[in-house]
Design a binder for this molecule. Structure first.
Ligand code: GRF
Length: 196
């Protein structure tokens, strides 16, 4: 069975949606741990209430310290995959390269459009008619790497930013666990050149 570690920075609604699907048996995974770079992340209390091991990474001391603790945790708890669910830190190239092809992220826009910390807001301000959600493997660049799945979300005339955010989050909660399942079941084919 796959073991996943989930990294968060905030509310943890994406984490919750994944944990719900593990609990219901739709996603066959074990959670090695949930970690946050922020001590005040709401998701940490939610994970702890579910009986999952949680950890605050010491990013306050610097990225090197945060990542060093993450490396230690990975060695102890041996997750197969690192699932970023609203984790708002950029990982160092050396961390990414030593976990190549095993870090997955969700982004609230249709990459390569609107990368960065404000994907929903930026799409809204740009006035696009369709935005969406992307699940991708993480590489050394920000919000970049092999796209595993995307789901479009139309922006309606009647929308305001809050309504759009709600629909984006609903789309995230639908797409993330399904994409993880496909990936873990080996149902995402390798690229034609054999790379991920
Ligand atoms: C999500 O929109 C995710 O795509 C973005 O940050 C948000 C995290 O929300 N990177 P939550 O903590 O999962 O509720």
């Amino acid at each position: 069975m796959n073991r996943i570690a989930i990294l968060i920075s905030g509310t943890g609604s994406n984490m919750d949606a994944i944990l719900d699907r593990i609990d219901s048996g739709h996603l066959d995974s074990q959670v090695a741990f949930v970690a946050s770079d922020r001590p005040d992340a709401l998701g940490i209390a939610k994970a702890a209430r579910r009986g999952i091991m949680t950890e605050i990474l010491p990013y306050g001391e610097g990225r090197a310290q945060g990542e060093a603790r993450l490396v230690e945790l990975c060695l102890q708890r041996k997750p197969d995959w690192l699932v970023l669910a609203g984790f708002m830190r950029i990982m160092s190239p050396s961390f990414v390269s030593s976990h190549q092809g095993r870090i997955i992220n969700i982004h609230p826009a249709l990459l390569p459009s609107f990368p960065g910390a404000h994907g929903i807001d930026d799409a809204w301000k740009a006035g696009v008619k369709v935005t969406g959600v992307t699940v991708h493997l993480v590489d050394e660049l920000v919000d970049h790497g092999r796209i595993l799945a995307q789901i479009p979300v139309r922006i309606k005339e009647s929308d305001d930013l809050a309504k759009l955010e709600k629909r984006i989050h609903r789309a995230e909660h639908r797409i993330y666990w399904r994409t993880l399942k496909k990936l873990f079941d080996g149902n995402i084919p390798e690229r034609k050149d054999g790379s991920r």
